[in-house]
Design a binder for this molecule. Structure first.
Ligand SMILES: *Cc1c(COP(=O)(O)O)cnc(C)c1O
Length: 366
């Protein structure tokens, strides 16, 4: 049985008619940039994330870049970032000429809030809380530190559509939430897209100006140097369709995850557990294994697809050689890069497929 790690075709097929109708509606409307679909999506997504405001942008990367710009990150400013984050998290800081200060992850594979304080200096301006794989960082500790040292908190929610910390939706807890609607995300579109959420009216207004060439109007009056980073009408329309189904889609992911959790019984494979205080929308179902590379090959031989999120931590990427890090500087992130594996996880995955993967996992001998 051939099983993909993710199945984007199914994502479309699940609500095919609704997507097709919306796409035709938008195409026939004659309005393709910054229209009704975008403004309605922004209202609906703000509501969904318990935020006052939402601004659609072109990608998660742009959301991060704009967020760090708005909180004033510039040369010589330091931003706390988890050492096993996705590269975009670090790029959002460095595209604003800031310096990422890497902090190791904890046993839930995201920012270890107990290791932040020792890295804070008088240059520290912000903390980036990346809610990796679908669960929340410890936002209580992060917000306490931010208050104590007067730091801004940006939440990277690209893998956490619907995730809650205690009784609050992520993306509404820090100063700014950054979202991606890349097709593989829980709220994935059919192309690139992203958004910013915030409760701060000033950030809301500024983000709308930055995304549109620094202009408050649609055309040709530019107050600041901005960028072209607009969510387009077609994506916004399609995302509105999917947003209506997001909770049921996340519930299905939980059902799949729970079947993995109760079914996997092999000392060589350790599923990542969820932090107390957080729920989990299982953007990925991640396991750790000291025999990870052998496991990939073994699963491959049964046509079971897997992906590593992520094989090279940011400090060892060529792009960041100038930061001067070397192997051994962040041993936990480096170990995780060698151990983690994302198993097949997608809406529409059948019990038969799941049980096949679980059976293969349990027969793995290293
Ligand atoms: C996907 C992702 C991004 C980047 O989003 P794009 O829309 O692909 O630019 C940023 N951070 C995290 C954690 C992500 O998973």
């Amino acid at each position: 049985m051939k099983i993909l790690q993710n199945n984007l075709k199914l994502q479309h097929d699940l609500f095919k008619e609704e997507y097709n109708n919306k796409a035709v509606e938008v195409l026939n409307s004659g309005w393709y940039i910054l229209g009704n679909e975008v403004s309605e999506f922004e209202k609906e997504f703000a509501l969904y994330t318990d935020s006052k405001y939402c601004v659609g942008v072109a990608s998660g990367m742009d959301a991060l870049t704009i967020a760090f710009r708005m909180v004033g990150i510039k040369e010589n400013d330091e931003v706390i970032v988890c050492s096993n984050s996705y590269i975009a998290c670090v790029m959002g800081v460095t595209l604003n000429n800031g310096t990422p200060i890497l902090v190791e992850p904890d046993e839930y594979d995201n920012l270890d809030a107990n290791k932040i304080e020792e890295k804070i200096t008088d240059k520290t301006k912000a903390i980036l809380a990346v809610h990796l794989y679908g669960q929340s960082c410890d936002m209580d500790k992060i917000m306490d530190l931010a208050k104590k040292y007067n730091l801004k908190v940006i939440e990277d929610c690209a893998q956490a559509h619907g995730t809650m910390w205690k009784n609050k939706k992520v993306g509404s807890i820090g100063d700014i939430g950054c979202w991606s609607f890349y097709p593989t995300k829980n709220l994935g579109g059919f192309g690139d897209g992203g958004a910013i959420t915030t409760n701060n009216e000033d950030y809301y207004n500024e983000a709308k100006v930055i995304r549109n060439y620094g202009s408050k109007r649609i055309h040709y009056e530019n107050d600041i140097i901005g960028m072209n980073s607009r969510l387009d009408e077609l994506q916004a329309g399609l995302l509105r369709v999917k947003l209506k189904h997001l909770d049921e889609l996340n519930e299905e992911r939980n059902r799949i995850a729970n079947r993995y959790l109760s079914g996997i019984n092999n000392d060589l494979i350790k599923p990542l557990l969820t932090r107390p205080g957080s729920n989990n929308v299982y953007h990925q179902f991640v396991i750790h294994s000291e025999k990870r590379d052998e496991l990939i090959e073994y699963l491959n031989s049964y046509e079971v697809g897997t992906i590593i999120h992520y094989p090279i931590p940011p400090h060892l990427q060529k792009a960041y050689a100038y930061l001067g890090y070397k192997e051994g500087d962040f041993p936990i992130a480096e170990r995780y890069a060698k151990e983690v594996l994302s198993l097949p996880m997608y809406n529409g995955m059948s019990d038969e497929e799941l049980d096949y993967v679980i059976d293969k996992l349990n027969k793995f001998e290293g």
